[in-house]
Design a protein around this ligand. Sequence first.
Ligand code: GLN
Length: 389
Amino acid sequence: MKELSRITETFTESVIREMTRICNAAGGYNLSQGFPDFESPKAIQEAAIAAIQGGRNQYPVTYGEPELREAISKKAWDYNKILCNHETDITVTCGATEAMIATLKAIINPGDEIILFEPFYENYGPDGILSGAVPRYVTLYAPSWKYDFEELASAFNEKTKAIIINTPNNPTGKVFSMEEMKEIAALCIKWDCYAITDEIYEHILFEDAKHISMACLPGMADRTITINSISKTYAVTGWRVGWAIAHQNITRRIRKVHDFLTVGAPTPFQHAAAAALSFPSEYYKNLQKHYSESRSFLYSLLEKVGFQPYLPQGAYYIIADTTDLMRKLSVQDAFSFSRRLIELAGVATVPGSSFYSAQEKGNTQVRFCFCKKWETLHAVEKALTSKLK
Ligand code: GLN
């Protein structure tokens, strides 16, 4: 048989999703893949059912149903201070996942470089490879996950096409400050490159953390692609509705790629998404309150049982250092640690190495998520306390 695609030999399947399969097979508690195990709001469910029963079951407008694009454009102005035209500047996609790969496919030429902050959300690695981009990594240093400005500045050059910024950040929980966003914006302008922002956790913020959208900074509106989705905010990760907002010249390219990749995101769920985007501010306040409580709970628990967790400012993950526990359990790397924790306590995590370009970098870290119902978190407490203490 002839050789299969060489490019697909250069990356593995997602470890995050693999951990879910291992966890399910073991009947464990899934603190690995970041999806809520509690119900999505009744109102969004009812809107989806109404859309299905109201006959919204055929192909959508390829780049998004007009009602949803109007709702996105209103929300983008109200919450993010991004001015965009729903006719020309928005592409609705199958989740933020498709928005990211479609964006990269739309802007990358062979040999172009992209800058990633490391640790980074696992998908960006294969996304870069599949689009033909050459990645450059800039380290976020624990415990504050601040980058070094000189290191960032020297990652830019004439070949830099784009930088990916995920704020609030998965997996670190870092929320990029205004000062950092301004520094990044200045470098994008200096080197004439694009900023691709993944803002999927924009409503999950703790204490005084503030979400800042790169596209509303001076000089950035036309060179920023703002990616988002309903998955995390409304607890509907399986519905696959996301979007990319960009200047019409970029959007035209993204729409072409999207059209041939997936044709469209599920029609009834687009209508439900439009309804969700007009939820009252109460909804977002409750969401933050809920996640603040589960964050504190998991953080204290991890400290108590021997991890060294880093407190996140946003999103719903906690990275924890496992050096001491690795010694105690006699394991040498993060993947073995994660497997061992499932066997021992039935708790699934993501090995830190999945978020780095080289395995050895995240080898004493694991990532937990806390987007789970209290029942699950209390069961995890019982399991970890009895097995690790
Ligand atoms: N964003 C989620 C995580 O990091 C999972 C996303 C996915 O599996 N598509 O766990």
